[in-house]
Design a binder for this molecule. Sequence first.
Ligand SMILES: [Zn+2]
Ligand SMILES: [Zn+2]
Length: 338
Amino acid sequence: MADFSSQSVLSRRSLLAGFAAVPALTATVEPGAAQTAANSTAAQQVQSALKEAKGTKLVMLGTAAGPVPGRSRKMTSHLMLSNGAAYVLDCGLGVTDRFAETGVAFSALRSIFITHHHFDHNVEYGPLLSIGWVQGMPLSVRAYGPPPLKQMTSDYIRSMRTTIDFWAEDLKMKALEVIDVTEVSGAGPVMQDDNVRVSSVVVEHPPVKPALGYRFDFNDRSIAFSGDTTPIEAVAHLATGADILVHEAMYVPAVETYVKAQVAKGRPVSVEAFMAHMRADHSPVEDVGRIAEEAGVKTLVLSHLTPAIDSITDDTWRAPAAKYFKGEIVVAKDLMVL
Ligand SMILES: [Zn+2]
Ligand SMILES: [Zn+2]
């Protein structure tokens, strides 16, 4: 740090001056400018839907299950927007880009919630904090999730210390030092602010302990999330009378076909072990219909789709749940606004 040569200082300055001269890059220092995303139709649609929105909105950011890259659906994440405040639930790979695509300013980000510690729910938690910080996320942002979320947060920030300090020095920003983290280990109230009251339940997703479901009671709407779980009573109880239940969903015949194809390609798992894991950890879509009917929700959103294969039609997803649930059933897609 002490031996910055005048030349390297000069080159850093010219580099910054260069940034300022290129309009596209000014987004780097202007919070909330999602310019690169404006080209995508889905991004345009979500941005205009949110612009016209009255009341609390849920945006499905990522709707695929599992730590699998390269799909059109990103790993699991959600954004709730209420009175200009943004709440993110889960941080699978893709959450930061998807958040930017909504056009919501990073300065609106108030709280982040994690359901459980699987990659498809937490892997981009740290990057959301650091890129969010660069883009104007308030340092008062709070995070909630199962232990060891405090340790994970401080370990991540420590691992990025050098980069954070370079950026803070260059742009004269207050450095990202600590985030207020509340660890959630069981069922009960999680937090409350002027927009929302959040509560949790423990769900069944071995060997992950605890794995959580959450319910968000906003002033105008209630939204419950199963997290990753087998079909259980606790989720029906959590979601009782909610406007929306977002439940994970698995279409078993397609999972079996998909796994067999993966194994044939050399993925190092056995079909039997994989299917046993799926049955012990996830919810067949017909059972999701039962849970939603029991809870008496208005709208059931099928998400965290297993397998997240685009060739499975919405009707194929919907039909098994519709045998039991008579309300509205929505098959989630990335950037869908509800
Ligand atoms: Zn998952
Ligand atoms: Zn999981």
